[in-house]
Design a binder for this molecule. Sequence first.
Ligand code: FEO
Ligand code: CA
Ligand code: CA
Ligand code: CA
Length: 586
Amino acid sequence: EGDKPAPKSTLTFAEVPHGQDENAHAPEGYETQVLIRWGDPVLPGAPAFDPLKQTAAAQAKQFGYNNDMIAWFPLPYGSTAADHGLLAINHEYTDPHVMFPGFADEKAAFKDTTEDQVEVELAAHGISVIEVKREGGKWQVVADSKYARRINLLDSPAVLSGPVAGHDKVKTSADATGTKVIGTINNCAGGWTPWGTYLSGEENFHQYFAGKTEAPIHNRYGIKGKPEYPAWGKHFARFNVEKEPNEPNRYGWVLEVDPYDADAVPKKRTALGHFKHENATTALTADGRLAVYSGDDERFEYVYRFITKGKVDLKDRKANADLLDEGTLYVARFGADGQVTWLPLVHGQGPLTAENGFNSQADVLLETRRAADLLKPTPMDRPEDVETNPVTGKVYIALTKNDRRTPDQVDAANQRFNNVYGHIIEMIPPTVDGKVDHGADSFAWDIFIRAGDPSNKASGAKFGAGTSKDGWFANPDNIAFDRQGRLWVLTDGFPDFDVADGLWACDTEGDARAQARHFFAVPQGAEMCGGAFNGDDTAIFLSVQHPGEDSMYDKPSTRWPDFKDGMPPRPAVVVVVKKDGGVIGS
Ligand code: FEO
Ligand code: CA
Ligand code: CA
Ligand code: CA
């Protein structure tokens, strides 16, 4: 096109072509190492994985299913170690049709799983913490690590803390205190705090709960008697809202986990709100408090920000132990004037009063979505991950898609109806005394990328100049930054356009701003998530989630990563390194 040469990106890798097959693909000169797969040992005494002899007891010691978010924590704590650290990893959900043999079709698998199989699924949910080390260029999981941990949905203790703890609406027949929860559910993306704890977002908690209900607290979150896992409610009363109406209210929170202490009980930080938390990304305000950004991933839902009341103590990590229990939750309204306003969700202010059924801040938090509705924030095209650029302090929001937006519903921040491609928004917080202020009441914002094929004018796509035929993408989901402030985008849904999901990267500043380049492709049926760099950006940890999900156990579309007869495809964490040891993307 034209005579002007394409602006030169700081990213110099040779792009992976668009395509889709049974394998994973990284650029020339890079190596993909499989680090840990579903069923591999995490805790001491874990048996070897045998797909035909799955038990809940074994699964509770093994790596869980559908690994998603990955966060890197250096060892020792506070160091700049690049070759030795902990990975905290979410296990979002289970796919019984690919986990277990013998079902006629996918629907039957979700409906007819036995009680024993559901117990395996419960144990396969949650979080893993593993210790990893690089020796001689190879990354490995450290066996029998004192940090190794599995938090599951079968029997792991977790506590509710903050304003909602002890509320009548979180009490169940098993827990009269309203504080003691069993484990964590549908952990999607997350984040980490400056004091080295892991934040894990509980996303689609509604889909597990059977039973009819008309309660607004259920219906506003999609619990209406049509669960995607009907077998769960059949075998376990806690997953049937007719028997345990308050159980779902105990999920849909952000969980804080200390990866450096395998005995520390995870805490659900209710002050951060109750919704389908895609993630929880932290940044400092100009005066040293902590901001936590979170997307509520559903069509027409909102973007949130929480700000702690107290300040972060960077010298004494224990001093921050309950910092996330007190503060203010805000929801975003994107104006056509290029300003985003953060609207506080505070009991007693505006419409958040007893007249509207809110008698306390705990009531506001329990029904975060209904409270937010009253403040008229901007309904978004599925807000997924939110990340801050470590170099510029700008904040990016991935909006995955929204095929239900109609022409009369388009607005400045969601510009396309039937938005099947998704887009990425850039927010620019103001600077106070030379510090980017993530606590300001309003930020500037703009559209960074409108995804889709730029060669197809009708798509409305917008990428940076010089984006190649393999460089465009659709359905941005997770995002991550390297230390140079370059944006890495992981997709979920690109197979709708006959291209494998994967990883793309671009500069965010300079001539090649938003010029996306294709770095990694996942195998058939999988999506790409995670995206964590090690301490010096010479390795990136990626989640290959649900390979073969488009097929059945007995006839999988791929047997990645083992490619062994009788072995089903296995979700796994891979680590991609440059063969010459250089910085990823260089
Ligand atoms: Fe679990 Fe919104 O992706
Ligand atoms: Ca996600
Ligand atoms: Ca992220
Ligand atoms: Ca997703």
